[in-house]
Design a protein around this ligand. Structure first.
Ligand SMILES: O=P(O)(O)OC[C@H]1O[C@H](O)[C@H](O)[C@@H](O)[C@@H]1O
Length: 614
C-alpha cells in the first residue's frame, strides 16, 4: 500500500494569525439575517472576528480512494455567517474540558447552547497541542500530527482550523479524513513511512454520541490517550495563545507548512482483517457463509462492513446506516441507547442474520446482537469478552467500571475462574488501572466498561470497539473450524450462567449548581456531602451492607440487590444505579437513598420520587 502526498501550501496564504487585515478579511462580519447569529458566543466584548459553521456541510464519504486529490484553498472557505469573537479567558477554555476529552458546541442554532468551539478557539487548541507535543518530544526532526474526524457536520470546518493551528506551531499535518478514534491512536504506533507513520501525535475530531451540534477533540501519542492533567495543560496554553494572537505569532507562521492526506483507514482495516485471518490459522475467508449485519448509526463505522467483514467472506446484506450523516437521522450512534439497540436487533431478526454489530459515532464503543435477537451489551458484553479472554489467559484479572453487576463478578470468578477488579467509571480510568495492575505483577488482559469501551493488552491497550468485535468474530470462526457449530450460538453459550437482575436502572440526580443550598460550594463538594450523608445513614441499617472494596461513590448491598451512588465524571449529577430481583426490592433500595438525601435542596430527586411512589 502506498501513502499519498497531497499538497503543500503556505500558511500565510490564509492564516488569520498573519495580520489583522487579512484576519478580518477571512472572518469578516457580513450583513446577514442568519437565524443562528443570536445563538453564538454570549459575550460580545470581543476583539476578534470569526466565522460560524455552516449547518449543512458536505462530508467526504467513508470510502476514500488512495488517489491524490487536489484541495484548493481549503484553508479559506467562505463562511455563511460571522460575528464578533468575544474575549475569552482561561476559565472559558477550561470549561471545554470533559475528563480526558475536549468538548463543546460547534454548530449554532440550538436554543440555550451557544457556540463554545468556534474556529479561532479550535485553532488555539490545536496550536497548544502542537506546543505541548514539541515540549514533550523535542528533537531534531520536524514532528507530524495525524488528524481525523467522525461524520459530524462541523467536521470540515474544525479540520481546517485544527490544521491551521498545528501548522502555526510548526508541525506537519497528515489528514486522514473520515476515521475512527482507535485508528487515530493506532497511527502513532504504525511503522510505515509510506503512510507517514508513525505520527508523533494524533487528533480525533469527535464528540462521540453527543447531539449533532457538539464536537470536540481526543488527543493521542504512542503512549495512549492524553489524560486529564495534560488536557488541562493544553487548554491553559490555548487560552494564552488565544490572548496572544499577535505579531509574534504572525512571524512564526510565515514558514511553509506541509499538509498531506493519506488513506490511513486502509492500513487500520487491513490490520483488523489480518487479525481475524491469523486467529483462523491464516484462512483467507474465515467468515465465509456467516451473515453479519452492521449498524453504524451514520457515524464513522460504516467501513466495518465493506472493509473488514466482506474481505473475510461474510455476507453483510441488511446492514444499515453505513453512510456518514452528521445529523444522525436514524438513531443516536450509541450502543447504550435503547432505540439504537432496538434498531440493530430488528435488522438481525428481519435479515435472519447470524450476528449484528453496532458502533458509536467514532467506533471506540460497540455492542453485538445474537441471531435470536439477544443483546451483547453492558454486563453481557463484558461477560462474553471475559469468557473469550479467560479461555486464552486462564485466571487473568478483568478490570471493569464501577457500575457492573454483582452477577458479573460471580460469573467471572466462579464460572470462568478469573478475577473481577471492579474499578471506577471512565474508559481511561479502567485502561490505566489495567496497565497499572500489570506493572504490579497482577496479570490482566482486558479493561472494559459497561458503556462498550474496551481495550486488550494484546492490542496495545487501544480503546477500540472494532477490535472487541474482532475478538467475537475470531470466536465465531474458530468454533466453526473446530466443529463446535456455526452461527452465534457459540457466543450465547459462552455467557450461559450469567446471573442477570430483573430490574436494572440508572437515575441521574442533578445538582443545581446555582442553588443557595450550595452556599458557594463547588458542585463536587456538595455531591461529596450527599455521599457522606448516605454513607452515614446506612451504618445503622441492619438490612444493608457496604461493599467491602469500592473505588468511587458508595456501593451498598441489600434487599437482594445493590445500589451505587457516585459523582458523574463530568456533570453536576449523581448517577444512582440500582439492580434488584424485583420492583419492590428496587423501591426499597431507592427509599434508602431518598430518605438520606432529603435535606439536600439543590439535588433534583424527582426521578427517585417517581421510583419510590410508583
Ligand atoms: O460519570 P458519567 O456521567 O456516567 O459518565 C461516564 C462516561 O463518560 C464518558 O462518556 C466516558 O467516555 C465514559 O468512559 C464514561 O463511562
Amino acid at each position: 500500500m502506498e501513502g499519498k502526498v497531497f499538497q503543500k501550501f503556505k500558511v500565510e496564504q490564509c492564516c488569520y494569525y498573519l495580520q489583522n487585515k487579512q484576519f478580518k478579511t477571512r472572518y469578516q462580519r457580513q450583513p446577514n439575517n442568519n437565524p443562528y447569529i443570536s445563538a453564538l458566543l454570549p459575550c460580545p466584548r470581543g476583539n476578534l472576528l470569526y466565522s460560524s459553521i455552516r449547518a449543512h456541510t458536505t462530508l467526504s464519504k467513508y470510502h476514500q480512494t488512495t488517489h491524490i486529490s487536489k484541495q484548493t484553498s481549503f484553508y479559506c472557505n467562505a463562511s455563511l455567517s460571522s460575528t464578533t469573537v468575544p474575549s475569552l479567558d482561561k476559565t472559558d477554555f477550561l470549561k471545554l474540558q470533559n475528563g480526558s476529552d475536549i468538548r463543546g458546541v460547534a454548530v449554532p442554532g440550538v436554543e440555550g447552547e451557544p457556540v463554545s468551539l468556534p474556529e479561532p478557539v479550535t485553532e488555539a487548541i490545536a496550536a497548544a497541542f502542537g506546543q505541548w507535543l514539541l515540549h514533550k518530544k523535542a528533537g531534531t526532526r520536524k514532528l507530524r500530527v495525524s488528524v481525523g474526524h467522525d461524520s459530524r457536520i462541523s467536521a470540515p470546518t474544525l479540520l481546517e482550523a485544527v490544521s491551521r493551528g498545528l501548522g502555526v506551531s510548526g508541525l506537519d499535518v497528515v489528514q486522514f479524513g473520515l476515521a475512527s478514534t482507535p485508528a487515530m491512536f493506532n497511527s502513532t504506533l504504525t511503522e510505515d513511512e509510506s503512510f507517514l507513520c508513525p505520527a508523533d501525535g494524533a487528533i480525533m475530531i469527535t464528540a462521540s454520541h453527543l447531539p449533532y451540534n457538539r464536537n470536540g477533540f481526543k488527543f493521542f501519542t504512542s503512549e495512549g490517550g492524553l489524560g486529564k492533567v495534560d488536557i488541562k495543560n493544553i487548554l491553559e496554553r490555548a487560552a494564552d495563545i488565544y490572548q496572544n494572537f499577535s505579531d509574534e505569532n504572525l512571524t512564526k507562521s510565515q514558514r511553509e507548512v506541509s499538509v498531506k492526506k493519506v488513506d490511513y483507514m486502509a492500513v487500520y482495516t487491513s490490520g483488523l482483517v489480518n487479525a481475524v485471518r491469523k486467529a483462523a490459522g491464516d484462512l483467507e475467508k474465515p467468515l465465509e457463509g456467516f451473515h453479519i449485519v452492521v449498524d453504524a448509526g451514520n457515524g464513522a463505522g460504516g467501513f466495518f462492513a465493506a472493509k473488514v467483514l466482506e474481505p473475510l467472506g461474510a455476507i453483510t446484506s441488511g446492514s444499515q446506516f453505513l453512510e456518514p450523516d452528521g445529523m444522525f437521522p436514524n438513531h443516536i450512534p450509541n450502543p447504550e441507547d435503547n432505540t439504537a439497540m432496538q434498531a440493530i436487533t430488528k435488522a438481525v431478526l428481519d435479515n435472519k442474520a447470524d450476528l449484528g454489530i453496532i458502533f458509536d459515532t467514532d467506533v471506540d464503543r460497540s455492542a453485538a446482537v445474537d441471531s435470536s435477537g439477544r443483546e451483547f451489551n453492558r454486563n453481557r458484553l463484558i461477560a462474553l469478552l471475559s469468557a473469550i479472554v479467560l479461555e486464552e489467559h486462564p485466571g487473568t484479572t478483568i478490570v471493569t467500571d464501577s457500575v457492573t453487576s454483582d452477577g458479573l463478578t460471580s460469573f467471572i470468578e466462579k464460572k470462568l475462574g478469573g478475577k473481577h477488579h471492579r474499578f471506577k467509571r471512565g474508559y481511561k480510568n479502567v485502561i490505566d488501572e489495567a496497565i497499572r495492575l500489570n506493572t504490579t505483577g497482577e496479570e490482566t488482559h482486558l479493561a472494559i466498561e459497561t458503556s462498550g469501551h474496551g481495550a486488550l493488552k494484546e492490542n496495545h491497550w487501544l480503546d477500540d470497539g472494532a477490535y472487541l468485535m474482532v475478538k467475537i468474530l475470531n470466536k465465531l470462526a474458530s468454533a466453526r473450524a473446530a466443529g463446535e457449530g456455526s452461527g452465534s450460538k457459540v457466543l450465547t453459550d459462552l455467557v450461559e450462567g450469567l446471573d442477570e437482575p430483573k430490574v436494572a436502572l440508572e437515575l441521574r440526580l442533578k445538582i443545581d449548581k446555582n442553588h443557595s443550598d450550595l452556599e458557594g460550594r463547588d458542585f463536587r463538594e456538595y455531591g461529596e456531602m450527599v455521599l457522606q450523608q448516605v454513607s452515614n445513614s446506612i451504618e445503622t441499617n441492619p438490612n444493608l451492607k457496604r461493599a467491602p472494596v469500592n473505588y468511587e461513590g458508595i456501593r451498598v448491598s441489600g434487599f437482594g440487590g445493590w445500589f451505587l451512588l457516585r459523582l458523574s465524571l463530568h456533570d453536576p449529577v449523581l448517577p444512582l444505579n440500582i439492580e434488584a430481583q424485583s420492583e419492590d426490592d428496587a423501591v426499597q433500595l431507592g427509599l434508602v437513598v431518598a430518605n438520606a438525601v432529603k435535606e439536600f435542596k439543590a439535588l433534583d430527586t424527582s426521578a427517585l420520587s417517581n421510583l419510590t411512589h410508583s
